[in-house]
Design a protein around this ligand. Structure first.
Ligand code: DGP
Length: 114
């Protein structure tokens, strides 16, 4: 997708601190971290929002979630606790329209979210 910043990161056109990559998923540190650990996990396939998932993308969220869980283990936050966030559309605060999971951890979190 030509104008998608996350597609450009996936394609190496824009640099990012990549923490994981395979044939389906790429993960990189958020440019504006909201916690000591703040990793963005994306599918290589350009899918604008979580609402665009369907039978043809079955299993993709599993791949994103399992990647997040593994990174949480590697960063030593798994047992302390971490948060996985998917913002969908404007009112939820989505700013990049390429499906992504936020992995946040390394500090106490409050609820409800802002
Ligand atoms: P959201 O608001 O849910 O769409 O989150 C988008 C996140 O993506 C936000 O936390 C900042 C991050 N982000 C935006 N542009 C870039 C970038 O160019 N590089 C990196 N590493 N992260 C980015």
């Amino acid at each position: 997708m030509a104008d998608c910043i996350f597609c450009k990161i996936i394609d190496g056109e824009i640099s990012a601190s990549i923490v994981y990559s395979d044939d389906r998923v790429v993960a990189f540190n958020d440019v504006n971290p909201q916690a000591p650990v703040h990793v963005i996990i994306v599918p290589r396939q350009h899918i604008p929002t979580v609402a665009d998932l369907g039978p043809e993308t079955s299993g993709l969220m599993d791949s994103l979630t399992q990647t997040a869980n593994r990174i949480a283990q590697e960063r030593g936050i798994a047992s302390r606790g971490y948060r996985l966030v998917v913002n969908c559309n404007a009112e939820a605060g989505q700013s990049v329209y390429h499906l992504h999971l936020h992995l946040l951890g390394g500090r106490p979190m409050t609820w409800p979210p802002g």
